[in-house]
Design a protein. Structure first.
Length: 382
């Protein structure tokens, strides 16, 4: 699979100091979304890169050992790079790129894991000009925002800065508010930095929502405010974090306590942008080790909870391997979906894509979610 983008690659600045350098090998991490690494180079030119721990990670909750670096070799050719996870385990299959824009999976035969999966040995053929290596195709905050900006351009959206992150980055949202809209929908992604397949599903969802051209889709867009937060954790994304923001907090466990500027401002903003209209659905796109949808129980106190069976039916009918569903709901969990139900009376739906889902398949699931929403709520309105 190759994944490209029109934006410039996150190339290290000229003259940037290498993280480590010896035996004709240089390793760089001075770019947005680079991993938080240390490295050493052996006399034979092989490299060991430590995949540093987060400041705090909830035990047992989807640990996401992210890595991303750029490596150069003189002369160009074969080098071995070992990723050392300490007491964490290898999760992401390595992706490689010559330019930081177009990516392909490193073949399985070039990846060797130890028995405990705490060390991954990568056999790399490093070309002249170097090679990017990352746990998933990289999508730093500017690139991700540019996609939504391009997708919504000319379609009646206003881009709004709804706050600033802990490190002072603008928090950007996009709103389409047709006159006479009587309801709202909300969608966000990338609360957890490396979860790129979730971003792919979000892209499929938004593209289908905005480009489907039949009567039902036109009626849906005329009747609903569309509220998007495609990059609620820019510090975590660009800082190479696993799940956290710059304050060491998992934002998708902070929607009730609201201790972080990102969750404080996002929660206020999306509620205000609904402008008093009912929020019929709230989507949060993520990634994990399997494709699964987390939803509130079917007897939850939401006037649009009956949308969930319609969504499940659409996915089950269209996919040979449809997502599993979980209806567990913990009010103390601090997730955005729980906040949506408690605060907006909307069914909060976390759409989780497998780490290994192809971009095409992930986007297809997002499209089906949009189709189910359009058809259900256009029919309900009639």
């Amino acid at each position: 699979m190759l994944a490209g983008c029109a934006t410039a690659s996150p190339v290290a600045a000229a003259g940037q100091q290498a993280l480590c350098e010896a035996q004709g090998v240089r390793v760089f991490t001075g770019f947005p979304e680079a991993g938080r690494h240390d490295c050493v180079i052996a006399p034979d030119g092989s490299v060991v890169i430590s995949v540093d721990h987060e400041p705090s990670v909830e035990e047992g909750i989807n640990p996401s050992p992210w890595y991303a670096f750029r490596i150069e070799a003189s002369p160009a050719g074969h080098r071995t790079v070992v990723l050392d996870y300490s007491d964490y385990r290898h999760r992401y299959s390595p992706e490689i790129s010559r330019d930081g824009r177009s990516w392909s999976l490193l073949p399985d035969q070039q990846v060797t894991l130890n028995d405990r999966r705490t060390r991954a040995s990568l056999s790399l053929d490093i070309p002249s000009g170097g090679l990017w290596v990352a746990g998933q195709p990289m999508s730093p905050s500017r690139q991700a925002l540019a996609w939504t900006r391009d997708e919504t351009g000319g379609r009646g959206f206003a881009e709004k800065t709804y706050g600033t992150s802990r490190r002072g980055a603008d928090l950007q949202g996009f709103v389409r508010a047709p006159e006479g809209a009587t309801a709202s929908i909300i969608a966000l992604t990338r609360q957890h930095p490396p979860e790129i397949t979730g971003e792919y599903a979000y892209k499929g969802f938004l593209d289908r929502l905005l480009t489907r051209d039949d009567a039902a889709a036109k009626a849906f867009r005329a009747a609903h405010r569309i509220i998007l937060a495609p990059m609620p954790n820019p510090d975590g994304v660009d800082g190479g974090h696993w799940r956290l923001n710059a304050g060491g907090i998992d934002l998708n466990r902070d929607w009730f306590m609201l201790t972080q500027p990102e969750t404080q401002q996002a929660s206020r903003w999306v509620a205000a942008e609904a402008n008093g209209t009912p929020v019929v659905a709230f989507f949060d796109f993520h990634s994990t080790n399997r494709t699964v949808i987390y939803a509130p129980p079917l007897d939850a106190p939401s006037p649009t909870i009956a949308f969930l069976p319609a969504l499940k039916e659409r996915l089950d009918a269209a996919l040979s391997e449809p997502p599993k569903w979980s209806y567990n709901h913990n009010l103390e969990g601090g997730t955005s979906k729980g906040w949506a139900l408690a605060t907006l009376k909307a069914p909060g739906i976390t759409v989780e894509l497998s780490d290994d889902e192809t971009e095409e398949d992930a986007r297809r699931i997002g499209e089906l979610v949009a189709d189910a929403m359009i058809d259900y709520f256009s029919f309900a309105k009639e």
